[in-house]
Design a protein around this ligand. Structure first.
Ligand code: SF4
Length: 451
């Protein structure tokens, strides 16, 4: 005979939630917030479909290939598990209709930044466990990045209306997080062992515009909700601070001295998108290329070690050969360190699609290849200038015969790395000093030095 204890229901294992996270670092932060809340409420996470009681898929809807990847991921989760909740940017397209039509079996669909809605759907289909002891979570929350670096999202949405982009229609206008909240999160991360904070948003330089740069308080002192003040305060935490998605406003000049002082990393990710004044206007981007070139020169005067990363779009509707060549000339003049290039993708709902003179896919691809070839020469020459220098790197991985690290010029996932031969004392997630011994178009080679 089997005796059932009256407390058996309390001892039931907590529900397990599987999670698939797609898309950009901003979507990753949304995933981290959902995972943190799940853990806070006592749910467990599962790394396999078969072990999970339910799966959340965080989607990306930025370009057509991302839409396809997201729909495939939802299909896979349905086939392998069957209980699926969808969130993220694709969920905001057509009010979620695209997903519901492709996969009518999904339990719920929400847009991005929809923590309460996602949790409500989870509660409905997989009720919350009751054990209060498992609701304890670490103060830094749940992270999907390695222990030594973390993304910190400082705002949501965007006030611009670039004609190639549908992000504002999915994520809304700019909403800045209170500066004390951002600082508290950053401090928690540093206390938990994070060595590098990557600051992200749709438009980092606009931080605080929506709250008129309101003065908040951090550790009893007033602190304005503005990029320069935030960068300085983060710099005081004593870890690497890297700024991403810095729209080229004039006041960006104010953070360059902080880089020269060593407060934050001498690294700026500033998407210029093009160099032809006509194309920039058609894109509804404010800066013109002459101003941008003057800026780049001034930034380098103030901080000669600065690494400049930018992204460009080629084959924008109406782009002529002459306008594309203007972009190549800009690259030659600007000598940017890191460049990403996209062929224009007519994302559904983008106003630029209505512009005349669409460029053929073949020409777009040719221009992308030409731009990347030109940039490869620039990048090769700029990296070669580092041979012989000593620099501090953050170690990502230690293998038998080599270690992989990143310098101040290398953001995770998007830039190059530093390969260190025959590592002796290097540890993953720790800083080390190296001497650069070689380079190629994207990466550096180095040897360990004694600190
Ligand atoms: S600034 Fe960035 S997020 Fe905002 S509309 Fe332009 S491309 Fe989109």
């Amino acid at each position: 005979m089997v005796t059932i204890s009256p407390n058996a229901s309390l001892k039931r294992p907590p529900p397990k939630i599987g999670f698939v996270s797609l898309g950009c670092p901003k979507a990753l932060v949304d995933s981290e917030q959902i995972l943190t809340q799940l853990r806070a409420e006592g749910y467990e996470t599962s790394s396999t479909y078969e072990d999970a009681d339910l799966v959340v898929v965080n989607t990306c809807g930025f370009i057509d290939s991302a839409v396809e990847e997201s729909l495939d991921a939802i299909g896979e989760a349905l086939a392998e598990n069957g209980k699926v909740i969808v969130t993220g940017c694709l969920g905001a397209r057509d009010g979620g209709d695209m997903i519901k039509q492709a996969h009518p079996q999904v339990l719920a669909v929400t847009g991005p930044q929809a923590l309460p809605e996602v949790m409500a759907a989870v509660h409905l289909h997989m009720p919350q466990p009751h054990d209060p002891y498992i609701s304890l979570i670490p103060p830094q929350g749940i992270r999907l990045t390695p222990r030594h670096y973390a993304y910190v999202k400082i705002s949501e949405g965007c006030n611009h209306r670039c004609t190639f982009c549908i992000i504002p229609s999915m994520r809304g206008d700019l909403v800045s997080r209170p500066i004390n909240q951002v600082m508290q999160e950053a401090e928690n991360l540093v206390n938990a062992g994070v060595k590098e904070l990557l600051i992200i948003s749709q438009d980092t330089s606009a931080y605080g515009v929506d709250v008129k740069y309101r003065t908040g308080f951090w550790q009893g002192k007033p602190l304005k909700t503005r990029m320069t003040e935030l960068a300085r305060a983060l710099g005081d935490l004593g870890v690497w601070v890297r700024l991403h998605y810095v729209y080229p406003y004039p006041h960006v000049d104010d953070v360059i001295p902080l880089m020269a002082e060593g407060k934050i990393l001498p690294y700026l990710d500033v998407p210029f998108q093009h160099a032809s004044p006509r194309i920039l206007k058609a894109m509804k981007r404010p800066a013109n290329s002459e101003n941008n070139l003057t800026r780049v020169r001034r930034w380098r005067e103030i901080c000669p070690d600065i690494t400049l990363r930018s992204t460009f779009i080629v084959g924008f509707p109406g782009e002529t050969e002459a306008e594309f060549e203007q972009l190549l000339e800009f690259l030659e003049e600007a000598q940017l360190d890191r460049v990403g290039c996209f062929a224009y993708s007519p994302v559904e709902g983008a106003r630029a699609n209505a512009l005349p003179g669409h460029v053929t896919e073949e020409v777009k691809e040719q221009r992308r290849a030409r731009l990347m070839a030109a940039q490869k020469k620039i990048s090769t020459a700029r990296l070669a200038r580092k041979i012989g220098q000593r620099m501090i790197v953050l170690v990502e991985d230690v293998q038998e015969n080599r270690a992989i690290a990143r310098s101040s010029g290398d953001a995770p996932e998007i830039d190059g790395v530093v390969y260190i031969a025959r590592p002796k004392k290097l540890k993953r997630g720790e800083f080390a000093e190296v001497e650069i011994t070689g380079s190629d178009p994207h990466d550096l080679r180095a040897r360990e030095t004694r600190l």
